[in-house]
Design a protein around this ligand. Structure first.
Ligand code: GAL
Length: 417
């Protein structure tokens, strides 16, 4: 099988050389990496491919967490015109694979021994029925709290480790006229905070039961009510202009001292680096309150669609470039994440990156490495969006926690039908 496919590629290449001028290879890539650090990280890949004579046709669809990109991708695939590759989050890969829309890149995966270097938790999303259908480029951790150190020092505060401490610290800042929390009111950002609160108040077992298993008892519990109580308190700590704000602008508020904290994944660290700020120095990174010892994770994958044969060699070259240890190091140093490959040297990562590398190993060993709901690694897109809607509606209204819990149960049930 490997031989046949390789032979076919070689034959195609030989034919191309002999019979016509070399065809310029091109890969059209759909993605949502449009912030400064995201674009800079992606550039590493564009340059890698350019060196191999592969040109990049950019298809960016702005919007954090890929909300808009996912819609565009769906439209392209249903019109029978998929891109060569697209950025997709974990459960999205599973869904595309189940629909039979993805190609098979197992030949290159086997040749390069990906099985041995990609952690199980990540590999499960990259493979379907034993075949590799997507390439993992990173591991991000959404459950971080970013803190402007100077503001904390000025007000004599220490980083909160529980939600109760968070509330006290945030209230002190608010009373002193400082915006405690930089936030962007977009459903995925509200859901990022919800992820942190469910995990922080309920612990990893509760997160699994409520969010992964959709256990009605956990979803309808007093703990879940306490989660919505906390969401209501947090709503009081954001500024008046939070609605619709992009996540990177919220990060900039922390950098510039316009707000003291942000609850956000470590793509925020990419923006710190881009702004010339040293993570762990001017801006501190600590696990979101109550979540120490657990590691919510997400991986950005490039999924390879079932495209015409002439585009397949570009796909293989791109897959190989994405999985090279050198690429994974250079890319992740800019992006704020850690490599998806377990064998990339960690020495060059900053102190927050080092902490992520230590914490993920620990969480993996004790079973607290958990896929994030907000970032497509826990539920089908249908259930995920149903929860997003409810969380956002609650955040932006005076809905009681009792009503929120009841609505959550209904929404989850309806989305599973
Ligand atoms: C996530 C993605 C990250 C990050 C973020 C904001 O979904 O995995 O890489 O860039 O969105 O766009």
């Amino acid at each position: 099988m490997i031989f046949t496919k390789t032979a076919r590629l070689l034959t195609t290449a030989a034919f191309a050389c002999a019979a016509m001028p070399a065809l310029a290879q091109e890969v059209e890539v759909l993605h949502w990496w449009t912030s400064g650090s995201e674009a800079a990280a992606l550039n590493i890949l564009k340059e890698d491919l350019a060196r191999q004579g592969i040109s990049w046709q950019d298809m960016p669809v702005a919007g954090g967490a890929g909300e808009a990109a996912t819609t565009t991708l769906k439209a392209r695939v249903s019109a029978g015109n998929p891109p060569v590759a697209a950025q997709v989050l974990g459960m999205g890969v599973t869904e595309w694979a189940t629909e039979g829309s993805l190609g098979d890149i197992s030949v290159i995966a086997t040749e390069e021994g990906w099985d041995a270097v990609v952690p199980e938790a990540v590999k499960r999303f990259a493979t379907d029925d034993g075949k590799w259908v997507a390439v993992p480029v990173n591991i991000h951790r959404p459950n971080w709290l970013w803190i402007n150190r100077e503001i904390f020092e000025e007000h004599d505060l220490t980083p909160p480790t529980t939600w109760e401490e968070f509330n006290t610290v945030a209230q002190t800042l608010k009373d002193a006229g400082v915006t405690p929390l930089a936030h962007g009111g977009q459903p995925w950002q509200d859901a990022t905070i919800f992820d942190d609160v469910v995990l922080g108040l309920g612990g990893p077992e509760f997160y699994r039961a409520a969010i992964h298993e959709l256990d009605p008892e956990a979803l309808g519990s007093d703990t879940m009510k306490a989660v919505f109580d906390e969401m209501r308190v947090i709503r009081g700590f954001v500024d008046d202009n939070f609605s619709g704000r992009d996540w990177n602008l919220a990060t900039a508020m922390v950098v510039n001292g316009d707000a003291a904290m942000q609850l956000m994944g470590d793509w925020a660290k990419g923006e710190l680096l881009e702004a010339g700020v040293t993570p762990g120095e001017q801006v501190l990174c600590v696990p979101a309150p109550g979540t120490e010892g657990s590691y919510l994770f997400i991986t950005d994958f490039f999924a390879f669609f079932d495209v015409s044969e002439e585009n397949q060699s570009g796909q293989q070259a791109m897959a190989s470039a994405l999985m090279s240890p050198k690429f994974q190091e250079e890319f992740n140093l800019i992006k704020g994440s850690i490599p998806a490959r377990a064998d990339v040297p960690s020495a060059n990562f900053d102190s927050c990156g080092q902490q992520a590398i230590t914490d993920i190993a620990e969480a993996n060993a004790k079973g607290t490495l958990i896929g994030s709901l907000a970032h497509g690694h826990a539920q089908t897109p249908a259930v995920q969006l149903a929860i997003f809607d409810l969380v956002t509606e609650h955040f932006n209204s005076d809905m009681s926690s009792e009503d929120a819990v009841e609505e959550l149960l209904h929404a989850v049930e309806a989305a599973q039908l």
